[in-house]
Design a protein around this ligand. Structure first.
Ligand code: NAD
Length: 488
């Protein structure tokens, strides 16, 4: 049985009140680990350690030291990639293939930021000859990093790599449903010779996250998760006007025009919605299809859905695993029922698959609800499960209006062979990422984040590093002369 601890001030330790939490496999509901469950008191110790480390020798590190650190972490991820991928699949239920891809992306993220950090240099500004004026980037300070359960280590990496690379200290709090890979990652960091307090792990629930958001000793909170927690973090952050980054949910339209390559569009409509059983913030669960091809498109999806292999993520043939928790399972089934009650047509799925192997665990059939209209709850709210809702549209203007008519703005996709239309739609869709003739690709060089209620700020790319820095104007007068203005 795996047992996890907290890592505070360079020491592995149990929570002050000895709290633990059983971690359950989403595939069969067996207990797979006992995780340390911290409280606010543990979070305060971690914040204090991170504060001391930031105010101490860590400030003297050079960009070369920190780039080397990130590259070293990438090597350790590569070394333990298989172990980490197994832990991620065990804890989240996603297929091993997906977890292996995540680990590759995580190592790439650390290498990308290592390169970026190594290339950092301030700017020298034009100024009078007796003045040295420089624009410098400095670390923000103590960073509280709060991550969700769907991509536990990937989301952590997007925050940890730029935070450490920019010279900050870190307290990370993973979701208490999925702490296992972040715990193993911390074991890797513990192999390195970092000063105590530079990297701290506190596993626990919402109150630990709230402590990070409220503490005046935390200078920046970066959060990935739902809108409800995001709102409370934003309010809490006003206590010391700390810097915030929020990566929230999405309601992401996947828009297929009649002139698209339909073989590719059908295939990607499935990829968009069913990777990690739809528990992806950018999942393209809101399918919008042009009227003239709508019936044929739904027909082709209906042929593919029953063939999707649902099963344990460790089995080679599995294409889709379970959803992560009992709560998610119940919520998704409730959303499907709400859709049917509002008049959507259930084409496939909408229930637990039949068979003994699916009796325990949080299993759902891949689901297709057709004839959805823009006003329905299922077309507006994030479902976060293996459900495609399909809407019909009659014109480009109608598709655009309906797609933008959501409080969210994370990701969207457009399928067409018409380059002019592709360009018009890309520009007019109010989303942080717009794919044309593709779905899901992201990489460290490109920014990630949302418009509107999908968040504040961006991760990855140069801006993903800049968010962890303060800008300073350093002005040095080499030949001061009295001005004689006042009372001379
Ligand atoms: P969640 O908001 O319930 O929890 C996220 C994290 O916040 C967890 O660590 C949780 O313990 C913590 N938390 C909960 N309440 C808190 C509070 N009041 N103060 C501080 N911390 C608190 O989200 P979740 O259910 O774990 O994740 C699913 C959500 O995350 C979905 O809405 C999804 O769209 C979103 N998400 C967004 C992105 C993105 O890049 N935009 C990526 C992944 C997931």
């Amino acid at each position: 049985m795996i047992q996890t601890q907290l890592y505070i001030d360079g020491q592995w330790q149990s929570p002050i009140d000895q709290g633990t939490r059983a971690i359950v496999s989403p595939a069969d509901e067996t207990v797979i680990a006992q995780a340390a469950e911290a409280t606010r008191a543990d979070a305060r110790l971690a914040i204090a350690a991170a504060r001391r480390a930031f105010d101490g020798p860590w400030r003297q590190t050079t960009i070369r030291d920190r780039a080397r650190l990130l590259n070293k972490i990438a090597e350790l991820i590569d070394r333990d990639a298989e172990k980490l991928a197994h832990l991620e699949s065990l804890n989240t239920g996603k297929t091993l293939t997906e977890s292996r891809t995540d680990m590759g992306d995580i190592a790439a993220t650390f290498r990308y930021f290592a390169g970026l950090v190594a290339s950092e240099s301030g700017a020298v500004n034009e100024a009078p000859h007796h003045v040295i004026s420089r624009t410098l980037r400095e670390p923000v300070g103590v960073c509280g990093l709060i991550t969700p359960w769907n991509y536990p280590l990937l989301q952590a990496a997007w925050k940890i790599a730029p935070a450490l690379g920019a010279g900050n200290t870190v307290v990370i709090k993973p979701s208490n449903l999925t702490p296992l890979t972040t715990h193993h990652f911390t074991q890797l960091v513990a192999e390195l010779d970092l000063p105590p307090g530079v990297f701290n792990l506190v596993t626990g629930g919402a109150e630990v996250g709230a402590e990070l958001a409220e503490s005046v000793d935390v200078d920046l909170v970066s959060f990935t998760g739902g809108a409800f927690a995001g709102e409370s973090i934003m309010k809490a952050a006003t206590g010391n006007f700390k810097r915030i980054g929020l990566e929230l949910g999405g309601k992401n339209p996947n828009i297929v025009f009649a002139d698209a390559d339909l073989d590719a569009a059908v295939d990607y409509a499935l990829n968009a919605a069913f990777f990690h059983a739809g528990q992806v913030c950018s999942a393209g669960s809101r399918l919008m299809v042009e009227d003239s091809i709508y019936d044929a498109f739904i027909g082709r999806l209906a042929e593919r859905l029953p063939r999707i292999v649902i099963g344990n993520g460790f089995h080679g043939e599995t294409q889709m695993g379970p959803v992560q928790s009992a709560q998610q399972h119940e919520k998704i089934l409730g959303m499907v029922q709400a859709g049917i009650a509002e008049g959507a047509r259930l084409v496939h799925g909408g229930k637990r698959p039949a068979g003994d192997v699916y009796k325990n665990g949080y299993w759902l059939e891949p689901t297709l609800l057709a004839d959805v209209t823009a006003g329905m709850k299922i077309a507006k709210e994030e479902i976060f499960g293996p459900v495609i809702t399909a809407e019909r549209f009659r014109s480009e203007a109608e598709a655009l209006r309906a797609a933008n008519d959501t409080p969210y703005g994370l990701a969207a996709a457009v399928w067409t062979r018409d380059l002019d239309k592709a360009n018009r739609m890309s520009r007019a869709l109010r989303f942080g990422t717009v794919w044309v003739n593709d779905y899901h690709p992201y990489f460290p060089e490109a920014p990630w984040g949302g418009y509107k209620a999908s968040g504040i700020g961006r991760e990855l790319a140069r801006i993903g590093l800049d968010e962890y820095t303060e800008l300073k104007h350093s002005y040095i007068n080499l030949a001061p002369k009295a001005m004689g203005w006042f009372g001379a």
